[in-house]
Ligand binder design. Structure first.
Ligand code: BG6
Ligand code: MG
Length: 213
C-alpha cells in the first residue's frame, strides 16, 4: 500500500536538467573540449563534485583539488544565473497538478534531490509549501545512487520505505530508489530508465492508478 511519493526535483518537477547541461558544457568548452547531451546523461542525479569528476574524465583534464573547487563554483555561478530567473512557467507539465491530487487524497509528498540549490529552485517556482519534507544535497552525505536521500525522506515523513514511490528521471536515482526498497517510476526514456518498476514519458495526465503496484 503506497502512502507517500518522493519526487526528484531536477528533470521531474522542473526542467533544470537543461541548465545544468548548458553550464557544464560552457565549463567543458572553456577547458578546451566538447560535452554532448549523451555525456550529460551520466551527470543526472549525481552530486556537483562527482559530476565535475566525470566531466574532467571525459575531457581527460587533470587538475588539483583547489582548482576542482574553483571549477565547480564557476559552474554553479552560471547555473544559478538561470535558476534565479525561473518562474512557475517552468514547472514541467502535469507535475503540480499530480502533487495537488496526491495531497487531496492524503498521500504524503516529499522532495529527494541531490541538489544544494533545491530551496532556491522551489522558491523560484513557488512550490516550497507543497512538500511535507524536503531532503536536498545539503542534508545528505552520499548522493544517488546511494539510497540515503530517499531513506531520509521516508524517515522525515514517518512512512515505511516499502510504502514509498519515487519519481526519477536519472539512472542513478532509479538505482537509489530500488536500493532504498521503494517503488521506482522512471520519468523519461525507457532505454535509460530500464531498471524502474514503471516508466512514464512525462508527468502529464497522471492519475492515482499509477501508484498501483
Ligand atoms: C541533481 C542533478 O538533482 O543535482 C545533477 O540531477 C546535479 O545534475 C545535482 O549535479 C547537484 O546539483 P547542485 O545544484 O547541488 O549543483
Ligand atoms: Mg533528476
Amino acid at each position: 500500500n503506497v502512502k507517500a511519493c518522493i519526487f526528484d526535483l531536477d528533470g521531474v518537477i522542473v526542467d533544470t536538467a537543461k541548465y545544468h547541461y548548458l553550464a557544464w558544457k560552457r565549463l567543458a568548452n572553456e577547458l578546451g573540449f566538447d560535452f554532448t547531451e549523451k555525456d550529460n546523461e551520466r551527470l543526472k542525479g549525481v552530486s556537483r563534485m562527482e559530476s565535475l569528476e566525470i566531466l574532467l574524465e571525459i575531457g581527460q583534464v587533470e587538475v588539483d583539488e583547489k582548482t576542482k573547487v574553483e571549477l565547480a563554483e564557476k559552474k554553479n555561478g552560471w547555473y544559478r544565473e538561470y535558476i534565479t530567473k525561473m518562474d512557475e512557467s517552468e514547472i514541467l507539465p502535469g507535475a503540480k497538478e499530480f502533487i495537488e491530487t496526491l495531497k487531496e487524497n492524503n498521500f504524503k509528498v516529499a522532495i529527494g534531490s541531490s541538489s544544494k540549490n533545491t530551496m532556491t529552485i522551489l522558491e523560484s517556482i513557488n512550490m516550497v509549501d507543497y512538500f511535507d519534507a524536503i531532503i536536498d544535497g545539503n542534508k545528505i552525505t552520499k548522493a544517488k545512487p546511494e539510497p540515503e536521500v530517499f531513506l531520509l525522506g521516508a524517515e522525515a515523513l514517518g512512512i515505511n520505505p516499502k510504502e514509498c514511490v519515487v519519481f526519477e528521471d536519472a539512472k542513478a536515482g532509479i538505482e537509489a530508489a530500488k536500493r532504498a526498497g521503494m517503488f521506482a517510476i522512471g520519468v523519461g526514456s525507457p532505454e535509460i530508465l530500464k531498471d524502474a518498476d514503471k516508466i512514464i514519458p512525462s508527468m502529464k495526465n497522471l492519475t492515482l492508478d499509477i501508484l498501483d503496484f
